[in-house]
Design a protein around this ligand. Structure first.
Ligand code: HT7
Ligand code: ZN
Length: 861
């Protein structure tokens, strides 16, 4: 497959001001008539050839200006129509079989309904079209089909006409007044019911809101509707963005490759991000729904009104929209906890990506398959880069910058450069050097040393940006760091300062520091970097208990644990006395977290979370996952045993708080399960009884799932099998909850997890056809270091088998399982060889999709 390069961008030779689509809908056969008014693009190099992308299509009829045309030819999958004049009308008929579409890109069937997914290049599987984001067109759509099968017919924009046809058919016409690229096209036809409501914008426009689901699912849509209305209000208040149609539809589908899709006026969602009630959804699910509804809604401005010139600019819409949804969720749920959660995702997924063979800048230079670039780097690091601009400008000036961007580029297909320039001009920042964040991959490493000097302290900073594939040498980047210097002797907390490190090395002086200055750095995680600092355990214990920045406090405890586990699980390990001293430090910091009455439980639960095994492995060269697992579990057991009575007391206190959605009630559920996690390691018999009791008493999914997760990892307790069986029988038929049942077992600490996953793959409820189900079993397993890194290499083989089986059905989902196998260079020799062997086995397979081929070949380097 060819490599597509950013530098080769040229505008399309033709404009397509209007597009008419006519769909005769059927599950097995849908006929599509696409009529395109085209005119020469004065800003492009002239060409008589109109090149229309197709994927798996054949033209049934081609007409130009009402006449059957023979001036066309196929060039591979592309239809080339030769046009003599400056303006023409081109009409092309295609026929497709949605029921055979297992890729879930283009028009496909899901549970008897028809729906579309067009981003990034799915529209070309429906109709021949310039399927690129810089060709904006105004769409009018007519669709007809059997009324009994498809009583509801939806499309982008406004419903302009409806009618009855022959033989029990009906039709609907839709018009979207806003010009859009083809990737934002959507159509849905099915037997659906709506939760309907309305929202009046601040300028007085009444917008009808509908959330469409299958009959029976309606009672689980209220949280999604509330989230939508909150998002609409928040975007008006915080970014000054108002909705621009009279109708906003959301449709939930159960077969979907990603989370959701922001099609203009007709968002299509994975059911996972719509349906919730307390019996079936956890607090995490509720937050996920709120965040994804907001994200897709916010795209109406950052993505739809201003779209991307080409797919290399993907972070323009995704990074910015992630930042917008993060800020929204911070406002809804509390800033500190949300920030910690976002950083955990960044470090758990993006940092490993940035240090591995698939590392790429947030604005990549080349790709073979764009679907492979919907990455944590584009989304999460992209958001961090824009967040840094906001930190440097301050929220008010940043808002002037975003207003400048929206004013300047409304209605355009823009670039990342357009965004940076708008922020630069609007917020009054000089971002010349900052642009390196867009072009350089890799997580910068900062070495920080605080050198006391009488009543001052000098902070010496050094930055390096590590080499990444294709980028051996890097330049220093501007790194905004929020810093304070506290005094451990007096307990005085220093004032926060924002410094910008923009050289390879620099020093910053702090006046009037105390006798025992302690550095608090990258507060609030002001930059997506990793910090190396010489700091004693005593200082970390002080910061973990006392820092006034909640993120820095969390970070200090994480550092304490990471420092210990890295030392214990690498090289020669730790001598017994050093190990027990470190364990005591960590346990006393943990005890302080449990005892701090000023802490809310939502925050306490966050502080209690151990750094992930993946994150620890990232800090070790040639990491041995078996050793890390053993040391991490031993430390948990130490804490669980040493603090047993405190943990039991915490569990009892939290269990007394009745169910509700207040911060207090949510926090209580979080710490309750966290307490069980440590007790399961340190006092397993007691924990098994408590977990079984929590399961039995649960009046909500958070408690039930938490206790089952703990039980699933335990051996020697009958409660495990009994509760797993109960869970299955209780929720049989509810797909989203049965997904949890698969995931809980696949991510468990149980010694037989490999066998369990093999057995689950044979379970009658397992299917390769539903991405949620595949992810619930295999993504959970690939993210479970204990099973995936089984010393036998069986975990690697299972994921490779999965990729090979799934690739012909759904290449996009298959390719998403390759990155875990691409980590072989980071592992100890034995596992490294076993992992590489599986990647090579995939590479040598007879026929691979472009998606999987690209990921495997890049991983092998
Ligand atoms: N913009 C959407 C991306 C998306 C997608 C991409 C490739 C294949 C399927 C997909 N479904 C949705 C989602 C978003 O980031 O908002
Ligand atoms: Zn998005």
């Amino acid at each position: 497959p060819p490599l597509i390069r950013r530098e080769d961008y040229t505008p399309f030779a033709w404009l397509v001001p209007t597009t008419h689509l006519d769909f005769a809908l059927g599950l097995e056969k849908t006929r599509v008539v696409a009529t395109l008014d085209v005119e020469r693009n004065p800003d492009a190099e002239a060409s008589p050839h109109l090149r229309l992308n197709g994927d798996g299509l054949e033209p049934v009829e081609v007409e130009v200006d009402g006449q059957a045309a023979n001036s066309w030819a196929m060039d591979g999958e592309t239809l080339i129509v030769t046009l003599p004049a400056d303006r023409h009308t081109v009409r092309i008929v295609t026929e497709i079989d949605p029921s055979a579409n297992t890729q879930l890109m283009g028009l496909y069937a899901s549970n008897g309904m028809l729906c579309t997914q067009c981003e990034a290049e799915g529209f070309r599987r429906i109709a021949f079209f310039p399927d690129r984001p810089d060709v904006l067109s105004t769409y009018t759509v007519r669709m007809s089909g059997p009324k009994a099968q498809f009583p509801i017919l939806l499309c982008n924009g406004n419903n302009t006409a409806n009618g009855e046809g022959e033989h029990g058919t009906h039709w609907a016409e839709w018009h979207d007044p806003w010009p859009k690229p083809s990737y934002l096209f959507a159509l849905v036809a099915g037997d659906l019911v709506a939760n309907s409501d309305s929202f009046t914008t601040r300028s007085g426009r009444k917008v009808d809101l509908n959330i469409w689901v299958r009959d029976g699912d309606l009672p689980r849509t209220d949280h999604a509707m509330r989230s939508l209305k909150k998002s609409m209000e928040w975007d008006e208040e915080v970014f000054g963005r108002e909705y621009d149609l009279d109708l906003f539809n959301i449709v939930a589908v159960s077969d979907f490759n990603m989370g959701a899709m922001e099609n203009k006026g007709l968002n299509v969602f994975n059911t996972k991000y719509v349906l919730a009630d307390e019996e079936t959804a956890t607090d995490g699910d509720y937050d996920g729904i709120e965040g994804v509804i907001a994200h897709e809604y916010f795209h109406n401005w950052s993505g739809n009104r201003i779209t991307c010139r080409d797919w290399f600019q993907l972070s323009l819409k995704e990074g910015f929209t992630v930042l917008r949804d993060q800020l929204f969720s911070q406002d809804m749920q509390g800033e500190a906890v949300k920030r910690i959660e976002d950083v955990r995702v960044l470090r758990g997924v993006q940092f490993p990506e940035d240090s591995g063979p698939l590392a790429h800048p947030i604005r990549p230079d080349s790709f073979r398959e764009i679907s492979n670039f919907y990455t944590s780097t584009i989304y999460n690091k992209g958001a961090e880069v824009i967040r840094m601009m906001r930190t440097m400008a301050g929220p008010e000036k940043f808002r002037v910058g975003t207003d400048t961007y929206f004013d300047r580029h409304d209605g355009e297909a823009a670039t990342c450069e357009d965004f940076v320039k708008s922020i630069e001009d609007g917020a009054g920042l000089d971002l010349q050097q900052f642009r390196l964040w867009y072009s350089q991959a890799g997580t910068p490493k900062i070495k920080a040393e605080l050198v006391p000097d009488a009543s001052r302290a000098v902070l010496k900073l050094t930055q390096t940006v590590p080499p990444t594939p294709g980028q051996p040498d890097k330049q220093p980047m501007p790194i905004p760091l929020k810093v304070a210097v506290h005094d451990r002797a007096s307990g005085t907390l220093g004032e926060e300062r924002l410094i910008v490190l923009d050289k390879a090395q620099d020093s910053f002086v702090f006046e009037n520091v105390g006798d025992q200055p302690v550095l608090s750095i990258n507060r609030g995680f002001s930059a997506p970097v990793s910090i190396e600092r010489e700091i004693s355990n005593a200082d970390l214990v002080f910061l973990a208990a006392r820092d006034d920045d909640p993120f820095a406090r969390y970070e200090a405890f994480q550092d304490l644990v990471v420092g210990h586990l890295v030392a214990a699980a690498s090289g020669d390990g730790l001598a017994d006395d050093a190990k027990s001293a470190a364990r005591e430090d960590i346990t006393s910091a943990f005890a302080a977290i449990l005892a701090d009455d000023a802490l809310e439980d939502t925050m306490r639960g966050e502080l209690m979370l151990f750094p992930s095994q993946t994150y620890i492995a990232e800090q070790i060269e040639a990491a041995d996952p078996g050793r890390i697992f053993a040391e991490r579990e031993a430390l948990k057991a130490h804490i669980g045993a040493a603090l047993e009575s405190d943990l039991v007391a915490l569990h009892e206190r939290a269990s007394a708080i009745p169910f509700g959605f207040s911060q207090e009630a949510r926090g209580s559920r979080k710490v309750k399960t966290q307490a069980l996690v440590y007790l399961a390691a340190g006092a397993p018999e007691k924990a098994a009884d408590m977990a079984a009791a929590q399961y039995d008493a649960a009046d909500n999914m958070t408690d039930r799932q938490g206790s089952l997760m703990v039980l699933a990892g335990m051996t020697g307790t009958a409660a495990r099998t009994g509760r797993l069986l109960d869970f299955y029988n209780r929720y049989k038929g509810n797909d989203l909850v049965i997904d949890k049942w698969f995931a809980i077992q696949a991510s468990s600490l149980h010694p037989s997890v490999v066998e369990h996953v093999k057995a689950l793959a044979e379970h009658p409820d397992f299917t390769m056809k539903n991405p949620n189900r595949v992810r619930s079993l295999y993504m959970a397993f690939a993210g479970n270091p204990h099973g995936f890194h089984d010393a036998s290499g069986e975990g690697y083989r299972m994921i490779a088998d999965l990729i090979l089986e799934l690739d012909p059905l759904n290449p996009q989902t298959a390719a998403r399982f390759v990155p875990p196998l691409g980590r072989f260079r980071k592992l100890e020799a034995g596992r490294s060889a076993l992992m590489r062997e599986q990647l090579e086995r995939i590479a040598n397979a007879d026929k691979l999709s472009r998606d999987t081929y690209e990921q495997v070949s890049r991983s092998l380097g």
